[in-house]
Design a protein around this ligand. Structure first.
Ligand code: UDP
Ligand code: MG
Length: 318
């Protein structure tokens, strides 16, 4: 009987230091899990270091190593999408290159899925030791906002480290939207999920690719992709202010008729004008977010462009 295949999808952006460590660890695990065959699918997301050279060398030495290399940096979401699209496995795992998603959890992750007890095993880190305080604070805030504002329940500390069966992968691939927010998409497709918790692990080598601003941008994208609440807020706010100003106008008319019109109160007027102006700009900004997202979707540009790959039948523009 043929062994089922597990595809390990790894997005890599400037990971020359961490890749050899990861590869060694994966090989060790693969040897221990002899009931399965492995495929390692590395997605080189336009790295500027020796990542690509390293990947081609690894592929020459080991037939299990597959790579997809982008024409430039398209971001981790595009890399994950490319990985899932080209994975051949009966089961697919997505994991980071830096060993923050410990490969040693794989045997534990595959078991319930292989037995059919659930469709995917997701992971969550229970602490954020080693991470800057301020970053943890904003991360928590983001998850709380996300839970409140969208119907998508994303656990705090959820990682993109997941093992899925073929059915779930195909459902994820059926979602072809341009603004991809994987943590939301994983949840949105449903299926039976089992959560696995582990302690935070620090990067094996190299450094994080996410600056504070990049993360902020990413979380805003996530919110806008999965929630219409912000734009609804702006209409409620507009409605409330209209009612308030209408009452104020009535009040002013009555007051002027009753007591005459002494010229005073211009400072408060200026305050009100700037206040209303601010709110208008704010609401227009929210609207702009949705319009720009729509714009990107309508253009239907490919998610990524492949410059080099050793996967058969890989679509170059997808
Ligand atoms: N990554 C990527 N493209 C990017 C940024 C990151 O493919 O533009 C990959 C990176 O190589 C790593 C994973 O995404 O495998 C997570 O990145 P990192 O470890 O830097 O993020 P952190 O763990 O600090 O959140
Ligand atoms: Mg990391």
């Amino acid at each position: 009987m043929e062994k089922p295949i597990i595809s390990v999808v790894v997005p890599c952006y400037n990971e020359q230091e961490t890749l050899p460590i990861l590869y060694r660890e994966l090989s060790r695990i693969a040897e221990a899990m002899e009931d399965y065959e492995f495929e390692y699918l590395f997605v080189n997301d336009g790295s500027k270091d020796q990542t690509f050279a390293l990947l081609t060398r690894m592929a020459e030495a080991d037939a299990r190593v597959k790579y997809v290399s982008f024409s430039r940096n398209f971001g981790k979401e595009a890399a994950l999408y490319a990985g899932l699209s080209n994975a051949k496995g009966d089961y697919v795992v997505t994991m980071d290159a830096d060993m923050q998603d410990p490969p040693s959890l794989l045997p534990e992750m595959i078991e319930p899925v292989a037995k059919g007890l659930c469709d995917n095993v997701a992971t969550r880190r229970v602490n954020r030791i080693g991470e800057p305080r301020i970053r943890s604070f904003f991360a928590r805030l983001f998850y709380r906002l996300m839970r409140r504002l969208s119907k998508i329940e994303i656990a705090d500390g959820a990682r993109d480290y997941r093992l899925m069966n073929r059915a779930m992968v195909d459902s994820i691939l059926a979602i072809t939207e341009y603004n991809r927010f994987s943590k939301g998409i994983f949840t949105w497709v449903g299926y039976q999920t089992k959560w696995l918790e582990y302690e935070n692990v620090q990067r094996s080598a190299g450094e994080t690719k996410w600056s504070f601003w990049k993360l902020l941008h990413y979380s805003l994208d996530g919110l806008v992709s999965f929630s219409n609440v912000p734009i609804t807020i702006s209409s409620y706010l507009g409605l409330a202010l209209t009612v308030v100003s209408f009452i104020a106008i009535l009040f002013e008319i009555v007051r002027t008729l009753a007591f005459g019109d002494p010229v005073s109160g211009w400072p408060s007027l200026v305050c009100i004008i700037t206040f209303i102006g601010g709110i208008q700009l704010f609401c227009m900004g929210i609207m702009g977010q949705y319009i720009s997202k729509t714009y990107m979707e309508v253009k239907k540009r490919p998610h990524y462009i492949i410059r080099d790959t050793n996967c058969e039948n890989a679509k170059r523009n997808n």
